[in-house]
Design a protein around this ligand. Structure first.
Ligand code: VGL
Ligand code: ZN
Length: 199
């Protein structure tokens, strides 16, 4: 029997209007996801969970501004405003998000030296978070993703889920994008070509 999990990506205050890295309409996904999640037998939450002075923050690099790109030892990295710092209100889940049925809260981005968009791998693309093993060990073979942001954490997670052999769907109506320099079109194209179902 196929087991299907909903992965709710980074529905946190800092990605909602008024937050440090607000995604336009970010809070609109909350009621949509609340309607979706009872239909899934397994629900998993991810939480962006950065150390203070994280290396993905522009404020950690002298003379750099948010949304610039720099070279890191592991490749290119977009710099962000300080966001989702461990233990802060901005890192909390949106208060309206129904999360009583969540079986796992997967935190990511907690290594100061490296960012993690994907719920499966850090941005070096080789350090695993353990999520693939968790899903596999529990017999889950199908994944649906929703949350924030479509073109960063949702897209990278979807591509990695597919690469791991999970049947993967992104519910676009339950996602909102940052859309930095065409990133939404780029990532939608990559997902479509890879074989992610965009619903
Ligand atoms: C995200 C940028 C930085 C996301 C997280 O959740 O899509 N984007 N950190
Ligand atoms: Zn982040």
């Amino acid at each position: 029997m196929a087991k299907h999990a909903l992965i709710i990506v980074d529905v946190q205050n800092d990605f909602c209007p008024g937050g440090a890295l607000a995604v336009a309409g970010g809070d609109e996904v909350v009621p949509i996801i609340n309607r979706l999640s009872p239909g899934f037998e397994h629900v998993i939450l991810t939480q962006d969970w950065h150390t203070p002075h994280h290396s993905s923050f522009a404020s950690s690099h002298a003379g750099r501004q948010p949304f610039e790109t720099i070279d890191m030892p592991y490749g290119k990295q977009t710099l962000w405003p300080d966001h989702c710092v461990q233990g802060t209100a901005g890192a909390d889940f949106h208060p309206g998000l129904e999360r009583g049925r969540a079986e796992l809260v997967l935190r990511k981005g907690y290594d100061r030296a490296i960012d993690s968009y994907s719920a499966f791998y850090e941005n070096d693309r080789e350090t695993p978070t353990g999520l693939a093993g968790y899903l596999r060990e529990r017999g889950i073979d199908e994944i649906t993703l929703a949350g924030l942001a479509t073109d960063y954490c949702v897209a990278y997670s979807a591509l990695d889920a597919l690469a791991h052999g999970f049947t993967t769907t992104v519910r676009l109506e339950a996602c909102r994008a940052i859309d930095l320099a065409g990133s939404l079109d780029t990532m939608l194209g990559l997902m479509k070509r890879a074989g992610v179902t965009l619903a």
